[in-house]
Design a protein around this ligand. Structure first.
Ligand SMILES: NC(=O)c1ccc[n+]([C@@H]2O[C@H](COP(=O)([O-])OP(=O)(O)OC[C@H]3O[C@@H](n4cnc5c(N)ncnc54)[C@H](O)[C@@H]3O)[C@@H](O)[C@H]2O)c1
Length: 403
């Protein structure tokens, strides 16, 4: 890329610093021209990081309007907490900046509509930074599905299974766990599944029902680790330990999602794709194809990690030959996501994960909360595309304009 882009960063915590240190400051076509956080020391630290790498100090502020008013900001990346993403995205789109927003569940349905309405009214490009869409095995399974190798896809599963007891007890997302009972982080698992099932592109999610287990994990953890903190030990959390959601799609497929963040376990997104000719399963990283692996019946361990064999063929150019595409051998999901975002900016193409994707995926949080509160009843998804999904029949899912 011979052009350059001026980037303004909103929210300068862990995520923004990963972007800065490992990606943005290494991309020679990216200039960090402005940084904003409500916390002044974070602003100064980001300014110093940019100066140390580039020798220039970006404009720093604790007033977001000052960043958004600047002519030397073309593209804004929002990396604050979940509760402020949409507000900043709306203001950024209204200011005419290409707007990229980090992930998290929505606080309510209205904010999803606000995102969509603002994007449609302003015409400002908006990209949702759900990096798991670019995962190597997510893309492999998607390409296998598109090639028909897995037959007709009828069901997919995914989880955000991440033991966060320590960070939550220490304050991370504390008020969410205290006050809400829902799938609060649905997009890491749902994103790649929605892409695979052409959601918003010929298909859509129609309804969901959600179920919550008891909330015991956090209290057990806190009593074991902070027994003297009586107030915390006796805190009553609303959030069930495991939230299970079943989604139905207009084309008939079902999706099973699980949020699992307050019990002891290892990390997994449990990404699973089931078709009439075969399956992919993340736990075990294995592919099972009808007619190839039928001798494996009860004990699947001989298949563990055999997906590597399929990745070479179905990984797509991004994972099979990154050197050809990007000029470097090693790539990761964040690099690919950011490159896809900049590609969309430079080529003026619809961002690969757009405002309709963000709204449909994020709204699982409030919809699941309604379902759980109201006896696990089936709750309908809004159609944020207002019928346009029927004509957005982009069979390659719109993930890349690079290829
Ligand atoms: N895609 C991924 O793999 C991934 C990984 C980590 C985090 N995230 C997401 O990135 C986002 C940020 O996470 P993080 O780990 O950097 O959090 P963090 O707590 O480290 O940083 C958040 C920053 O935003 C600032 N902030 C919060 N609310 C603000 C407001 N209203 N106005 C101005 N500044 C505000 C805080 O001062 C802090 O500097 C979250 O949405 C998180 O879910 C995504």
């Amino acid at each position: 890329m011979s052009k350059s882009v001026n980037v303004g960063l909103i929210g300068l915590g862990g995520r923004a610093n990963v972007f800065l240190k490992y990606y943005l400051l290494k991309m020679d076509y990216v200039n960090i021209t402005a940084v904003f956080d409500r916390n002044q020391p974070k602003v100064e630290a980001a300014q110093k990081a940019v100066f140390d790498a580039r020798g220039t100090t970006p404009f720093g502020t604790t007033n977001v309007d000052e960043l958004l008013a600047r002519d030397d900001v073309d593209l804004v990346m929002i990396c604050t907490f979940w509760d402020s993403h949409v507000d900043y995205a709306v203001r950024s789109m209204k200011a005419g900046k290409f707007t990229a927003m980090e992930i998290g569940g929505a606080s309510n349905i209205e904010e999803c509509w606000r995102l969509v309405d603002t994007q449609e009214e302003t015409g400002t490009p908006f990209m949702f930074l759900e990096n798991t869409c670019y995962g190597e095995y997510e893309l492999m399974a998607m390409n296998m599905a598109k090639a028909g190798v897995l037959g007709d896809i009828v069901h997919c599963e995914g989880s955000y299974a991440h033991d966060l007891r320590g960070p939550i007890a220490g304050g991370l997302r504390f008020s969410n766990y205290l006050n809400h009972n829902c799938d609060n982080y649905p997009t890491h698992d749902l994103g790649p599944i929605a892409k695979l099932l052409n959601i918003n592109r010929g298909n859509r999610m129609v309804s969901l029902s959600s179920f919550a287990s008891p909330a015991k994990g956090l209290n057990t953890y806190i009593r074991a680790n902070s027994p003297d903190n009586t107030e915390l030990c006796n805190t009553k959390f609303s959030q069930g330990d495991v939230i299970t959601t079943v989604i139905t799609c207009e084309n008939g497929e079902t999706i099973l999602l699980r949020l699992d963040t307050t019990l002891p376990r290892f990390y997994s997104r449990q990404f699973t794709v089931r078709g009439t000719k075969g399956m992919y399963m993340e736990d075990g990283n294995c592919v099972f194809l009808d007619g190839v692996h039928n001798d494996v019946t009860f004990d699947p361990r001989s298949l563990w990690d055999n997906a590597k064999e399929y990745k070479a063929q179905y990984g797509g150019a991004v994972w099979s030959d990154p050197e050809k595409l990007y000029g470097q051998k090693e790539v990761g999901v964040d690099f690919i996501t950011l490159t896809a975002m900049f590609d969309s900016y430079f080529n003026n193409t619809i961002p690969p994960i757009d405002v309709y994707d963000a709204a449909a995926w994020k709204c699982v949080a409030p919809l699941s909360e309604i379902s759980i509160k109201e006896g696990n009843r089936s709750v309908e998804f809004p159609d944020f595309t207002r019928g346009k999904y029927l004509d957005r029949n982009d069979h390659n899912t719109g993930l890349f304009s690079l290829e």
